[in-house]
Design a protein around this ligand. Structure first.
Ligand code: HEM
Length: 451
């Protein structure tokens, strides 16, 4: 094609359906695995903005989108032509018909029904949990600093994010589930780093606990403002019906899966990056030092942390936890000059888009200032999508950002981290993008703590 995709009018796309987008000759399964992760940047350079790959399983194609305008088409302007892709079948066993997996009218009704739990007033209330858990972890990490003990920051941030999401869902009822070591049955999500079938079976058993607790609360008419409280109170806008037991368990398990590792691994990357970029850490410290000193930042303080927000945004650019996600065409469409037959899989390679040289200067460099407002305005809006875009955008975005900023604001006030492992970390691109090996950091008390 002689012109860029942006210049091709949609009507012309429709009138000139070419056979299939360029792509590698051999069939290949585009999925959340290391082979896909490795090959995508090369394909992007070799085939341009839209490439087609034959599936090894059937006669269908997967289209991979390396151009923000095409991403907008699939996720926003023509999203009704697409449902969740094959990749989501893998998580269906865990999450049933929960928000991440469901589609069509069921998804639309549920999203509307559950939305209030994710809105600002609810997140603001839940920020009390985030502040309390942050302070607990700071105490632990401070003790490690005093003893010059290294932290496995990958495990610590995973445990932190699990505590935050569990306490946000179950509130004070979580205490009854803790064993002598302080662990809840959900701790397997931190301890079991192998994401295999055994974990899936154990995880399903936890649904029973959720349903039992829901029965207990219903019977006693316990009203709480945690996620479970919101979900128990939610009513279908048309029928007025509440969630039944299975739906409730699906949605609660979805919250845990969606809210735990994503945020945990993001914090892990943030501390790794700050340990290797002391100048960025110093800027962040100067900012957090302007906040009140007695307790973790409050929800209302967060607009005063623009530098922390840029660090978070940049970490999510370099290491988007959801590095690839998929859709499937459920109605015929046209995209970038090509026909999209029903059944075509669409892959949105977030990691590759976030490091695409057409949209990012020196994409491999950690530079939080690229999220200064004027530089953000100069970029295509869809070149950056850690939380996806459009109707199915992450519902937990404000929750995750609030948790991250409170944690960052309070921990950076008290600690700095020294790297102990190499800067370049081997990656494990599974459902989430994680470090292949745990990252160790040595915490140091900042001067004001040692005084
Ligand atoms: C840094 C943290 C997070 C990242 C990067 C992230 C990213 C994403 C992405 C990319 C999607 C869309 C996937 C797709 O459409 O295929 C998504 C969906 C979702 N996320 Fe998050 N997420 C994060 C944290 C959270 C948290 C903390 C919660 C819950 C409190 C949450 C709940 C959800 C739910 C329920 C969906 C499904 C929404 C729907 O389809 O209607 N996420 N997330």
């Amino acid at each position: 094609m002689g012109h860029s995709l942006n210049e091709v009018p949609v009507s012309m796309n429709a009138a000139r359906p070419a056979a299939r987008p360029p792509g590698p000759p051999a069939p290949f399964e585009v999925t959340v695995d290391p082979a896909t992760f490795e090959v995508l940047p090369r394909w992007s350079a070799a085939y341009g903005p839209l490439l087609g790959v034959r599936s090894p399983h059937n006669s269908r194609q997967t289209y991979v989108l390396f151009e923000p305008e095409l991403v907008r088409h699939v996720l926003v302007t023509h999203h009704r032509n697409y449902a969740k892709g094959r990749g989501f079948e893998r998580v269906k066993m865990l999450l049933g018909n929960g928000l991440i997996v469901s589609d069509g009218p069921l998804w639309r009704r549920r999203r509307r029904m559950l939305q209030p739990a994710f809105q600002r007033p609810s997140v603001e209330r839940l920020s009390a949990v985030m502040r309390a858990v942050t302070h607990r972890y700071l105490q632990r990490w401070r003790a490690a600093a005093e003893e010059a003990r290294a932290l496995d920051i990958t495990r610590e941030t995973s445990a932190f994010a699990l505590d935050v999401i569990l306490e946000s869902i179950f509130g004070q009822d979580l205490a009854a589930w803790r064993d002598e070591a302080g662990h809840t049955p959900f701790h397997i999500l931190v301890d079991e780093t192998v994401r295999d079938l055994r974990l899936a079976v154990q995880f399903r058993a936890l649904r029973k606990r959720v349903i039992e607790l829901a029965h207990w609360r219903r019977k006693r008419d316990v009203q709480r403002m945690d996620f479970l409280g919101h979900y128990l109170a939610a009513r279908d806008a048309e029928t007025g019906a509440p969630l039944d037991d299975e739906a409730l368990a699906d949605e609660v398990m979805t919250l845990i899966v969606a809210g735990h590792e994503t945020t945990g691994v993001t914090l892990n990357w943030i501390w790794h990056l700050l340990a290797w970029h002391p100048e960025a850490a110093a800027q962040l410290q100067a900012e957090v030092d302007t906040l009140p000193t007695q307790a973790p930042p409050r929800f209302a303080d967060l607009p005063r942390l623009p530098c922390a927000r840029r660090v978070m945004d940049e970490a999510l650019r370099l290491y988007p936890p959801v590095w690839l996600f998929t859709r499937r065409a459920v109605a015929e469409d046209h995209l970038g000059g090509f026909r999209v037959p029903v059944g075509t899989e669409i892959a949105i390679p977030v990691y590759t888009l976030h490091r695409h040289p057409d949209h990012w200067q020196a994409p491999e460099v950690f530079d939080p200032d690229r999220f200064l407002p004027e530089r953000t305005r100069a970029r295509h809006r869809y070149a950056y999508l850690p939380f996806s875009m459009g109707a199915r955008r992450c519902t937990g975005e404000v929750f995750a950002q609030t948790e991250t900023l409170i944690h960052l604001g309070w921990v950076a006030r008290h600690l700095t981290f020294e790297p102990l492992d190499p800067e370049v970390v081997p990656l494990e691109p599974g459902v989430n993008l994680r470090p292949a090996r745990p990252i160790r950091l040595l915490p140091h008390l900042r001067r004001q703590d040692t005084d």
